[in-house]
Design a protein around this ligand. Sequence first.
Ligand code: ADP
Ligand code: NA
Length: 326
Amino acid sequence: EKKKRIFSGIQPSGELTLGSYMGAIRNWVDLQEEYDCLYCIVDMHAITVRQDPATLRRRSVNQLAQYIACGLDPKKNIMFIQSHVPQHAELSWVLGCYTQFGELSRMTQFKAKAKQHADNITAGLFTYPVLMASDILLYQADLVPVGEDQRQHVELTRDIAQRFNSVYGDTFTLPGAFIPKMGARVMSLANPESKMSKSDPDGCVFMMDKPEDIMRKFKRAVTDCETAVKFDKENKAGISNLLTIYCAATGKTLAEAEAEFAGQGYGVFKPAVGEAVVELLRPLREESERIMKDKAYLESVYKEGAEHAAYLAQKTLSKVYRKIGF
Ligand code: ADP
Ligand code: NA
């Protein structure tokens, strides 16, 4: 039986975070045996907001090193940098002609980002979901592991695919969102009501942070004025987030963690969470640093990845071009 295909990517618009690891990359590692996976570094999405060129190029390659350090095997997955495969841009133009202005206007992420970047609302920011649809449909992906915030984009991708298929006959596989139940949602340490994000460096732990920085961030984590280490998302968002992180880092259950810290204050609990995260990230950081130095190896991985991806992408693109009259 043919393995199901998965496509997923992260923008190199900032350093990878504890959230991207616990919420996405760690799950990708579990998927690599059972599925046929493409893991992409989506630099074309990153330029929907202004990027420094040298930083973007360095981050893209470093992100590949970090994917590998996290356990993604370039021999088991197709790992590549989006801009190296021109078919993404080509299909994106075509699909844009099968997408309604109104549909894109309803995307909640666009509305949020337009507010955030009010002085630079580009057409690229607006058509971002069309490029994402191209990423997925080019490879006939069955499943797209995404966070809750990307579910709407996967639904739009399905709508575009369905529309195209109904006009031109079966062309694209209809993909589904795959929201793994394991995926922890990690909240900001500074503001536990919002997601930990690279755009909020105060409350964010980065995968490459040094142990002393990680410890400082956890010791300063916002909590509440009680003392009990209890999971209660409504009333104790900060402590609940720290418990989630602690369990994700150690593999313990919530009940085990609550029992472990029963009767101990936050002054004991917060540094314990910090220590657990330091130990979780230490080998990943050390391995990333080692791989980052091996430029020749990284180049061979992204070149092979792009070649393999382009081969698959071109099959779809040729079919599409033939159908629409090119
Ligand atoms: P992008 O800008 O590419 O969306 P993000 O870093 O926002 O990059 O997200 C990359 C992936 O990591 C997504 O699948 C997202 O759902 C997941 N992710 C990011 N931050 C968190 C978080 N705080 N908690 C859980 N998952 C997260
Ligand atoms: Na995201």
